[in-house]
Design a protein around this ligand. Structure first.
Ligand code: SAH
Length: 213
């Protein structure tokens, strides 16, 4: 597992690209500049690792586009020590970004192959999420709730009620909602039953699958 000067140079270009696309949070930018994204991808794609694009990983899934990762993370407004639930661990790249920001990360993945691979891989890079879970993101993680933030990294056909219910008052849920195209939604919990809702543009994700699929 190598991170060379060439990789570091390409990463700085990627940082310039996401800034040009509108990312402003310095801590998020620093995390993207630090994390060796090429190590999260299968070797055939190494040359592409620092393009601002999504790429295939195992189990027909994708590692999200760096701009999208940065955009979703920025919306969460993480402070060190925040408890964050991620749905869709995938390659672990977004998980690593959350760890870099000092969050206590809980992440759920429904593909056993990815769950196993990423569970082994993240500690090798020095990233230690609180818990990686092989399970169904639609039900969230009640035993660890409430969370300061919940981030969904797959396209959800609807907003799972459980995820809203597991937010602290003041907590934020960032979730792309839709089937073919998704609208990036931000929900902020204002009270036991009050949620503020904001739309943040269109994105394309692989689908958040229900158990039977
Ligand atoms: N954050 C990841 C994104 C991976 S793509 C990365 O950057 O690598 C979305 C991930 O969500 C896939 O790994 C997919 O297997 C997972 N997923 C899909 N439906 C899910 C569900 N119901 N519960 C948990 N994970 C799910």
């Amino acid at each position: 597992m190598k991170d060379t000067l060439k990789h570091q140079g390409l990463r700085q270009k990627l940082v310039a690209t996401i800034k040009a696309k509108g990312i402003t949070d310095d801590k998020v930018i620093a995390a993207i500049g630090k994390i060796p994204r090429h190590l999260f991808m299968d070797s055939g794609f190494l040359d592409h690792a620092y393009q601002d694009k999504a790429f295939p990983i195992a189990a027909d899934q994708t590692i999200s586009q760096p701009f999208t990762v940065a955009f979703q993370t920025e919306l969460l407004q993480i402070k060190p020590g925040d408890k964050i639930l991620e749905i869709g661990t995938g390659s672990g790249y977004q998980t690593a970004v959350l760890c870099e920001l000092g969050a206590k990360v809980y992440s759920i993945e429904r593909q056993n192959e990815l769950y196993k691979k990423t569970s082994k891989f993240l500690p090798k890079l020095g990233y230690r999420p609180k818990k990686l879970i092989f399970g169904d993101g639609y039900i969230g993680l009640d035993e660890e709730a409430p969370f300061d933030g919940v981030i969904v990294t797959a396209g959800a056909p609807f907003v799972p009620k459980a995820l809203l219910g597991q937010l602290k008052v003041g907590g934020r849920l960032v979730i792309p909602v839709g089937t073919d195209v998704q609208t990036m939604m931000l929900y902020i919990r204002k009270g036991p039953k009050e949620f503020e809702q904001h739309e943040h543009g269109e994105f394309r994700f692989v689908p958040l699958l229900e158990d039977k699929n």
